[in-house]
Design a protein around this ligand. Structure first.
Ligand code: AMP
Ligand code: ZN
Length: 114
């Protein structure tokens, strides 16, 4: 999608700080981190929201979570714990409509989130 911010990051039009990359998935530092570890894991294929996922995406969803494990290892938050969050829709706080898993950690995290 040509007007999608994260598609532009994927094709290099907008710079990002890579944390993890493979054939299907890319992870990069959030530009406005809410915690010492705040990384976004995205599929290389454009999907607007988690509610647009279909049966054909089952493997890809698994890849996002496996990439998040790699991110957590690299960022050193496995011992302390981390949170994986995907906002779905503007009403839930989604501001970029290309699915992304937030990997958040490195500080105390309260529950429930705001
Ligand atoms: P969400 O609000 O769940 O859609 O999350 C979007 C995230 O993208 C926010 O945490 C933003 O800080 C982050 N973000 C927006 N623009 C950029 C960018 N150019 N590079 C990295 N992260 C970004
Ligand atoms: Zn996109």
């Amino acid at each position: 999608m040509s007007d999608c911010l994260f598609c532009k990051i994927l094709d290099g039009q907008i710079p990002s700080a890579e944390v993890y990359s493979d054939e299907h998935v890319y992870a990069f530092e959030d530009i406005n981190p809410g915690a010492p570890c705040h990384v976004l894991v995205i599929p290389r294929r454009h999907i607007a929201t988690a509610h647009d996922l279909g049966a054909q995406d089952q493997e890809l969803v698994g890849r996002l979570y496996l990439a998040a494990q790699q991110v957590a290892e690299k960022k050193g938050v496995v011992e302390s714990g981390y949170r994986l969050v995907m906002n779905v829709g503007a009403g839930a706080g989604q501001s970029v409509f290309h699915i992304h898993l937030h990997v958040i950690g490195g500080r105390d995290l309260s529950w429930p989130p705001g």
